[in-house]
Design a protein around this ligand. Sequence first.
Ligand SMILES: Cc1ncc(COP(=O)(O)O)c(C=O)c1O
Length: 364
Amino acid sequence: MIKFLDLRKQYSILKNEIDEAVLRVFEEGSFIKGEEVRRFESSFAQYCEASHCIACANGTDGLAVLLKAFELPEKSTVIVPANTFIATAESVISNGLNVKFADIDDDFTISPESVASLITDDVSAVMAVHLYGHPAKMDEIREITAKKGIVLIEDAAQAHGAMLNGKKTGTLADGAVFSFYPGKVLGAAGDAGAVVLNDDKIAEKVRKYCDHGRSDKYIHQFPGINSRMDSIQAAVLNVKLKYLESWIEARNKVASIYLNSIKENEELILPHPRKGVRHAWHLFVIKTKRRDELKKYLESNGIECGIHYPVSLPQQPAFIGESGYASKYRAVLEQNDVLSLPIGEHLDEKEVLEVSRKINDFFS
Ligand SMILES: Cc1ncc(COP(=O)(O)O)c(C=O)c1O
């Protein structure tokens, strides 16, 4: 079996370090806002080359809290890509704001042209998602948001350590959010997330919002929420962060083997990264009109695959009727074509070549 993801293998390699780190949390009895959390915030901010990292309970909360901190006009509209995980759009709705869906480009990230076409007076922010670990076209989108004086947020939930023209995700907009859901490139042992940014004032607001609006133990400046990363998650992440660069390198190696060994043809499109991009390769997503047939073939040959995502957001029951969406969008047309191949440091070269060989066999 060639696994899509293998967290048990990762744990078996890091077992001693992780067990020791988790045990330390119990021995210190500091489960909330402890030293491990402070250490992770400082290390991850440094890793992203950003001024602030605020650890929170999950990426969904991080997005919602970051949007809140910008105090966008009531009932204003936020543009999000039509192809992303639902959390991106949920954070808009949970703030009482309206969502407008922009189309994506052939690299799966939000299309600057589509964003430009959706800008109206009520638009207060754009959320760009570095989908699958591939940075969105932040320079082009920044040009649009800067001209309009509106907020630009990175949903970097899938893009730890990805870079655009030498700059890390987390520093490419007014604020960014990461998820450490276990299956992510950097994953916790449960839910966890972080907001990363350079703005001192917004950072302070985010920190307070995540912790009941607290400025002191029992002094609350405003009603916030309880969204803190717990010390056990931080302890696990502190261990794993040391390996992140090597894991991203391993993912890039897998991707380059795929790109060199799978033969592209008129029925198959491979995900070539844009120039100036360091891909984090959370997912390696190919496109083919014969997706379901290929998936079945690979699975019958012991190769696990995934689909991200089978239904675009504008077509979800939750969002039917939202504006800014057209059924001719690439995001909608391609939702039946996308197939995610196994990728990660758990794979060896032989396995990656085997996946490639089976795909080539299928199309020949
Ligand atoms: C693009 C995107 N945004 C947001 C999230 C939400 O993160 P979390 O699952 O940590 O709440 C995820 C992860 O699942 C995601 O993939």
